[in-house]
Structure formats: C-alpha cells, structure tokens
Design a protein around this ligand. Structure first.
Ligand SMILES: N[C@@H](CCC(=O)N[C@@H](CSS)C(=O)NCC(=O)O)C(=O)O
Ligand SMILES: [Fe+2]
Length: 265
C-alpha cells in the first residue's frame, strides 16, 4: 500500500528512523576514517595494535614489544602516520615493552602506562582518562587483578576493547605474581568489560592458540573461567600451576623503567 510522506503517521515514522540512520552513517564514516592493524610477536605470542586517524594521521600503538619496535616504527613511517602515544596495558612480565625504544625511533611519541603500575612513563594515566588520536579516543578503564595497574583501553564508540592480560580469548591473565588477585580480576572483568555492548570486539595482549579476536558476548557466555562463580574462579586460578614466564627476571625490572631506550641495531 502506497502511503504519502505527507501522511502524519508516515512522516512520524520517517523522522523516528532518521535519527538512528544518521547515527549509523556517522559511525560508518568514523570507522572508514580509522586505520587498524593487529601485529604479532611470536616469541611471547604478544599482539600489538596500531590505531590511527587517517585524516589527521595521529596514531597510537598499544603494547609494542622491544624486539619489534623497528618493525612498528617502519610501518608508522611508511603509512605517513605520526605516533602520538606508545601505550602499555600493564607492566608486562613476559617481554620487554617497546615503548622506550619507540620514543627514540619516533621522536614526539609519548610513552603511557597506568599510575597504579608503579612504572615510569611520560604519561601516567588513571581510570577514566582518555588518549586522543585525531577524532578518536581510547578510554582507560582500570581492570586490576592480573596486576594492580592493568588497564583496558576502550574505543570511544565502544566497538573495540584492548584488554591486555585481564581478559584473554577463552581465558584470562594469571594471578600468581605482580600483586595478582583472582577476586579482584573477577570483579574487574565482570564490572568493566562484560558491561560493554555484546558486539564489542575483544583484542587481548596475547593468544597462545592462534585466536585473534573475540567479542564481549562470546566471552560472557563461553569463557571457561569467567562464566564460573567467583568462588570457583578463585579456586581454579589458585591451582593453575603455570611455569613462570621465561623472561620475567629481565622483563619486569626493564618495564618498570619504560623498557630499554637504546637497543643495539
Ligand atoms: N610461556 C610464556 C608465559 C605464559 C604466561 O604466563 N602468560 C601470562 C600472560 S603474560 S604475563 C598469562 O597470564 N597466562 C594465562 C594463562 O592461562 O596461560 C612465556 O614463557 O613467556
Ligand atoms: Fe601480563
């Protein structure tokens, strides 16, 4: 049945549809403006993420690894980007961060870590602070439990969350060193990550099985650890009996100082 636009009911329906459509269009345009790359370091199975505003060229790296800093700097240069922040999700125990070296390779870039980590960096951020790159922001959510200073970075439109070692795909960060606390981690994940939209993409700091991305809904329903009660989760985490990371004795002291500043070329 044909209904003219002048019909009040049709006009009202069109007006009601226009707002979400405009919002959808704006989101699409914003996303086309963003560059996103997931990079990998095979020794510690670490993911590094590059995000950039293609219009202003401002870029952020999340969790760069020392041994890959030259690769990352080269990519930033090739793409004509300006790295504003090299940010850590936490003081890593299994590899040395690339943030210190990236500051040398790409002058003007600031290193970032949480104030609660106790580590040094140009910018020490706290819950609710935001890292701006062009038209985009990454909101820092405090998600302690794996370490005291763990942050999850959430993109402003809440379509992507960079969870570090707080939430891994079908797993989570261990809680047996660096102020680890399974109770704290359980509450962090449930209150700060599982409350994000279900289709929000989860990008962790590591994966040991070759998985690259998950969603809030998948982890909320399928994560074998975090779907348990808090009590069961605590028991499970206290009995993981994992070997210590191979690089722990060099990685933690170096990362408390923002990593190594002058790596041999
Ligand atoms: N074998 C690796 C270390 C593996 C490990 O301990 N990973 C950490 C994240 S890095 S601090 C972790 O939390 N794992 C959780 C798990 O359930 O595996 C090495 O020697 O580097
Ligand atoms: Fe870690």
């Amino acid at each position: 049945m044909w209904l003219p636009r002048s019909c009040p009911a049709v006009a009202a329906t069109l007006r009601a549809l226009a707002v979400p459509l405009r919002a959808h269009g704006t989101r699409q345009a914003q996303r086309q403006r963003m560059l996103f790359r997931q990079l990998f370091e095979p020794e510690s199975c670490t993911y590094t993420y590059l995000l950039a505003d293609l219009k202003t060229k401002e870029a952020v790296l999340i969790d760069p690894v020392l041994e890959m800093a030259k690769r990352d700097a080269e990519l930033v240069r090739e793409l004509g980007l300006h790295l504003v922040y090299a940010a850590n999700t936490h003081c890593h125990a299994d590899h040395i961060t690339g943030t210190g070296l990236l500051k040398k390779l790409l002058p003007g870039c600031c290193s970032v870590i949480s104030k609660d980590s106790g580590a040094l960096a140009d910018i020490l951020i706290c819950e609710g602070d935001a890292l701006e790159f062009g038209a985009f922001t990454l909101e820092a959510r405090s998600t302690p439990g794996h370490t005291d200073g763990c942050l999850t970075y959430v993109l402003n439109d809440r379509t992507m969350a960079f969870t570090g070692d707080a939430l891994l795909i079908r797993g989570c960060g261990r809680t047996d060193f660096q102020q680890g606390s399974p109770e704290t981690l359980y509450h962090s994940v449930h209150e700060k990550i599982f409350t994000l939209p279900g289709d929000c993409l989860i990008y962790p700091a590591h994966d040991y099985m070759g998985q690259m991305v998950s969603t809030v809904e998948e982890e909320r329903t399928l994560n074998p650890r975090l779907t348990q009660s808090c009590e069961t989760f605590v028991q499970l985490m206290n009995n993981l009996n994992l070997p210590y990371p191979k690089q722990i004795d060099v990685a933690i002291p170096a990362n408390l100082k923002c990593g190594i500043q002058d790596a041999a070329s």
